[in-house]
Design a protein around this ligand. Structure first.
Ligand code: ATP
Ligand code: MG
Length: 264
């Protein structure tokens, strides 16, 4: 497999005073260009820690991350992150929130008019151009996540990192936004690494599902290929044997082989 993004022998230990906790142990994963990979595992196993290492927000204790064969160990616009909790700046409008990143990344390569058009284009991709002059407090949670996704896409990242991007949304909004992200992935061909707790979401969206064992010292327990043709339609998949088989496999992993253990 061609390694576009490579997580290479990653260990992560947190130290506070004399106490150390090994959160991640020997994480190895290779992701192809254009692939949609989800990471699923119980709360506290280290999923966000792993995503933060890929984003360059946290350093690995051992091992590292390679993007197109180059080590990345600091944050950069080539890896845009969307968090569960809308991280828009409240004092800026929707437009300005997206513009901020665009101005930084394209200061030299796009003119002022081109940057303006690019912001609007990306807001249109997530159906939010109509709300461009609103502030975050004036739009719903789902709309904020859409703007967060537009802001990430607008930086033309090599990899889009999503940390439970739909986690705080109600079921209907969540389904709607999942469909939008699927459509964007189909249209733009982004490489996506997404964390989720939701088995159906993982199967619906992913090409592969990475299942993590419980921490401490969480590892990759199993990687499941999701061989379902795209575009995928949630209603049709609900009775599709291939879909149900994948779903069952992930459920078995999470609830039989690695059931949640409350940390002491
Ligand atoms: N900065 C930190 N210092 C010390 N320990 C940390 C730090 N960040 C995370 N941890 C610990 O690392 C472990 C993994 O945390 P992480 O947030 O990565 O889990 P997670 O799988 O994303 O959980 P959730 O599904 O609840 O979001 C937890 O035990 C947590 O307490
Ligand atoms: Mg997390």
């Amino acid at each position: 497999m061609q390694a576009y993004l490579k997580l290479d022998h990653i260990d992560k230990t947190f130290t506070r005073g004399s106490a150390t906790t090994e959160v991640l142990k020997d994480i190895n994963l290779t992701i192809e260009k254009g692939e949609y990979v989800s990471i699923i595992g119980h709360s506290g196993c280290g999923k966000s820690t792993l995503l933060n290492i890929v984003a360059g927000l946290t350093g690995a204790t051992n091992g590292g991350v390679l993007l197109e064969n180059r080590e990345v160990n600091a944050p950069g616009p080539d890896r845009a992150v969307v968090f569960q909790n809308h991280s828009l700046l409240p004092w800026l409008t929707v437009y300005e929130n997206v513009k901020l990143g665009v101005d930084k990344v394209f200061a030299r390569t796009k003119s002022r008019a081109e940057r303006d058009a690019w912001v609007i284009h990306n807001l249109s991709l997530v159906q939010m151009a109509h709300a461009k002059d609103k502030r975050p407090s004036e739009i719903s949670g789902g709309m904020k996540q859409r703007v967060g996704i537009a802001r990430a896409l607008a930086m033309e990242p090599k990899v889009l990192l999503l940390d439970e991007p739909f986690g705080a949304l109600d079921a209907l909004t969540r389904a709607h936004l999942q469909d939008s992200v699927m459509a964007l992935h189909q249209k733009l061909g982004n490489t996506i690494l997404m964390i989720t707790h939701d088995v159906d979401e993982a199967v619906l969206l992913s090409d592969r599902i990475v299942m993590m064992t419980n921490g401490p010292s969480a590892r990759i327990g199993e990687v499941l290929e999701v061989p379902l043709a795209r575009p995928r339609k949630r209603l049709e998949l609900a009775t599709n044997p291939g879909y149900l088989k994948c779903r069952q496999r992930v459920l078995e992993f999470l609830y039989e082989r690695h059931s949640f253990v409350e940390a002491a």
